[in-house]
Ligand binder design. Structure first.
Ligand code: KG4
Ligand code: ZN
Length: 357
């Protein structure tokens, strides 16, 4: 029987040092043999956000231990690993370089193929760790650095349908949380605040809701939250503002997702299509519920990664590594970090003043 491929994945593009080992399986759904994620919350807490140089230093201190732990936890011998895959972008260049250089050295010393992976492609394919994925599918990527609707035509072929023209959704969650005095990283806790509040208390703006197709904007929403956060006084006021923010985000995603469904159908013409929602914000329970209901209503099959695979991890990097390995898509050891690597490389840059929608 043919040996099943074993891939090591490494991720250091932001503030998580992660390594994972996955193994190919007859079911098309690879088995996660190990998945180690070490977060840097304590390093960045006092600064209220990620400090790139501190993040890079922390990656350097931990990377060998994390990779060693992933190998030990997996029970495989290091020599059984068939290829080393690593995030090469997008992200913080000082952070990406740590994982990239480590992976190159390991590939060289083990004499195994080296595979550079787009972090966003990791998120896009993360549901492959729990289910089969049929192309083409519609993807909503909602993370700390990106918010995009894309058609995934086949492996490696992406067409962007819409993007944020300013802040990413995760960033809006994090900044709103900070304004409400929630400790870094606040995004995941904002929904807990929201559960205790009145979502109809504050009327917040929904920028470009009725124009720009599938493009989104969150900067005006953030500014409105900032203004209100300066005048509210009680804990209940904060809960109400969190709930109003959560509700406004849901309304924006509801409308923009309906636009994306329409555009996807016009271009891809299949009846019951798959809708993958991935990235850190996909862990938000109310967003999951709302998008699930909308998908069923519009005859889409919603697929979310499990909560522990929504945020940054290396198992999703190994999944892309495995797909590239099957196609013998290996990279050279002089591969440079790509801090602005887009999934749809033909998509125009849509940020800043003067953007035409
Ligand atoms: O995908 P990810 O781990 O890192 C990036 O690639 O950016 O996403 C992190 C983002 C953060 O902005 C975090 O606040 C947000 O995902 N996030 C959430 C939740 N959990 C994580 N946002 C809203 N609700 C959550 N439950
Ligand atoms: Zn991410």
């Amino acid at each position: 029987m043919k040996k099943k491929t074993i891939i090591l994945g490494i991720e250091t593009s932001c503030d998580e040092t992660a390594a994972a080992i996955i193994k190919e399986n007859n079911t098309e759904i690879p088995t996660i043999l190990s998945n180690v994620v070490s977060s840097q919350i304590d390093v960045h807490k006092e600064f209220g956000g990620v400090v790139p140089e501190l993040a890079a230093r922390s990656h350097i201190e931990k990377i060998d231990l994390i990779v060693k732990k992933a190998i030990n936890d997996s029970g495989v011998n290091i020599k059984e690993i068939d290829a080393i895959s690593v995030t090469a972008g997008p992200g913080l260049v000082v952070c990406i370089s740590v994982g990239l250089n480590f992976a190159k050295s390991l590939a060289l010393s083990l004499n195994k193929p080296f595979i550079a992976v787009n972090h966003l492609e990791g998120h896009a394919l993360s549901p492959k760790l729990i289910t089969k994925l049929k192309f083409p599918y519609l993807l909503l990527l909602i993370s700390g650095g990106h918010t995009q609707y894309l058609t995934v035509k086949k492996f490696g072929i992406y067409q962007r349908l819409g993007t944020t023209i300013d802040d990413a959704l995760g960033e809006a969650f994090d900044k709103t949380a900070k304004m409400l005095g929630i400790e870094f990283p606040g995004g995941p806790y904002l929904e807990k605040f929201a559960e205790k509040g009145d979502p109809n208390r504050f009327n917040l703006p929904k920028p470009i809701l009725n124009k720009g197709g599938c493009n989104l904007s969150f900067a005006g929403l953030k500014t409105a939250v900032l203004k209100i956060s300066k005048i509210i006084k009680t804990k209940q006021d904060k809960y109400d503002l969190a709930a109003s923010f959560q509700k406004t985000v849901e309304e924006i995603l509801y409308k923009k997702t309906k636009n994306a469904f329409k555009e996807f159908r016009e271009k891809s013409s299949n009846d019951k299509a798959t809708f993958v929602i991935a990235g850190g914000v996909a862990a938000n329970k109310k967003i999951r519920q709302m998008l699930t209901n909308l998908s069923f209503k519009k005859n889409f099959k919603p697929i979310f990664p499990p909560i522990n695979l929504c945020g940054d991890n290396a198992a999703m990097i190994a999944v892309v590594g495995l797909e590239k390995y099957k196609k013998k898509k290996f990279d050279n050891l002089d591969y440079a970090a790509k801090p602005r690597w887009q999934l749809d490389e033909n998509a125009v840059f849509l940020k800043g003043s003067g953007v035409k929608l």
